[in-house]
Design a protein around this ligand. Structure first.
Ligand code: ZN
Length: 418
């Protein structure tokens, strides 16, 4: 069961090199489970049901099947669809030393050295002259950013990677037109591509590793492991009368969440409002429903690194395979307070999974996530949770397969409290 879940996570990640693909992968599973895709620009059904909307690289899915009142509580599980990577500049064709080179730039807090010497594919979204947007996923090793040979480093140690000069990728032995090549590859006319969001990804397949294949080595575990676990939880959660489960997956977390579809946008707030209005409720009913609701904001957390244990809070060791994490920070880098913590602790008890409590060292800056932003936007009680990972923001991260399983089971219990 645990191994199957880990294998499913690997398949999810490999199918999802960009936020747009995360939404497409999730949408395919939602479609198969009978969820109906709605358009934000159309009238929504007034009958209860299972629905989802996609706004660019963000997705919200919900079920009202077990709801009989417009004031019923929401149980929201949040996550983010984006991961740090290297993206194509608008004018990107370069030539140097007779080679065809494309100019890339980092998105989010990418751990730049980890992107060197990897065989990179290209994926994303193309906007065509016809007005259509199409997804592209070229999962072939086309690009590579080779690092400097050690012999050419005077100190014989890693050279600091300059994001402007050192991240351009070689893609051809001749100077060329990269977008023209991509259009040919996709059977499109180059002149029809009038906009693009293109990004690179490691083409090495995700893998289960370790003596018993008990761990997962994969790109983008932050935060596709949450997207995967939360979607699986939503689809498996039994209906509980009076509860409306909501899955909210946001783009742009890695760059601050301020966009039309990030966690600071109106996407979740307007969706909740429309769910209440569709059920015949009023603005008053919306505020009553939100006041009764809880959100679990899921994002990956740091397992204690065995080689750098001193970088972690000594009273809060987090073990790979030790189960999901509650993330706390007194300075509100995480939204968790004691009331929210208790809700998630009860979910873990209900699912019979262990719970680890994470706090950062007081002398190191603490990361943040969508929890506080989404809480401020919706006014909803929010708890920040996650699963332990190592090498976060590397092009390749790792986690325990059992944590994918226990994390998903805890989120399932959160969606369907006993
Ligand atoms: Zn994250």
């Amino acid at each position: 069961m645990v191994l199957a879940t880990a294998a499913d996570l690997c398949a999810f990640v490999d199918a999802s090199p960009t936020p747009f693909h995360v939404c497409a992968t999730a949408a395919a599973q939602l479609d198969a489970a009978g969820y109906l895709r709605l358009s934000e620009s159309e009238v929504w059904p007034t009958e209860p049901g299972r629905f989802y909307v996609v706004r660019g690289g963000s997705l919200i899915a919900w079920s009202t099947e077990s709801s009989s009142s417009a004031t019923d509580e929401f149980r929201v599980v949040g996550g983010h669809t984006d991961s740090p990577n290297l993206r194509l500049k608008q004018h990107h064709d370069l030539s140097s030393e007779g080679l065809g080179i494309v100019a890339l730039e980092p998105y989010g807090g990418a751990w730049l050295n980890s992107w060197l010497d990897r065989d990179l594919g290209i994926a994303g979204r193309l906007s065509l002259r016809s007005g259509e947007a199409v997804l592209v996923h070229i999962n072939e090793p086309v690009l590579r950013v080779p690092q400097l040979a050690i012999h050419l480093s005077a100190e014989r140690k890693a050279v600091e990677v300059d994001p402007q000069r050192h991240l351009n990728a070689i893609w051809s032995q001749q100077p060329g037109n990269f977008l023209g090549w991509l259009a040919d590859h996709e059977g499109l006319d180059r002149d029809d591509i009038v906009g693009f969001d293109l990004m690179t990804h490691d083409t090495t397949p995700s893998a289960r590793i370790g003596a018993r294949s008990e761990m997962v080595s994969a790109p983008r575990l932050d935060n596709q492991a949450t997207c995967f676990a939360a979607l699986k939880a939503l689809l498996a959660a039994p209906a509980v009368p009076g509860i409306r489960p909501v899955l909210a997956l946001f783009d742009h977390e890695e760059v601050g969440s301020t966009s039309e579809r990030g966690a600071q946008s109106d996407l979740l707030a307007t969706t909740l409002e429309r769910i209440v209005l569709a059920a015949g409720g009023t603005r008053e009913d919306l505020h009553r429903a939100v006041a009764a609701s809880v959100s679990a904001s899921g994002d990956m957390g740091h397992a204690t690194h065995p080689n750098y244990a001193d970088r972690h809070e000594p009273l809060h060791h987090i073990t790979l395979g030790g189960g999901p994490m509650l993330k706390l920070n007194v300075n509100l880098r995480y939204a968790t307070d004691s009331v929210g913590a208790a809700v998630f602790a009860r979910a873990c008890e209900q699912a019979d999974v262990p719970l680890q409590r994470f706090e950062n060292r007081a002398d190191l800056p603490c990361g943040s996530t969508i929890g506080p932003l989404s809480a401020a936007r919706t006014g909803m009680l929010t708890v920040d949770v996650g699963a332990p990972a190592l090498a976060m923001h590397s092009a390749r991260e790792m986690m325990s397969g059992s944590d994918v399983d226990t994390y998903s089971r805890a989120l399932q219990a959160f969606f369907a409290p006993a």
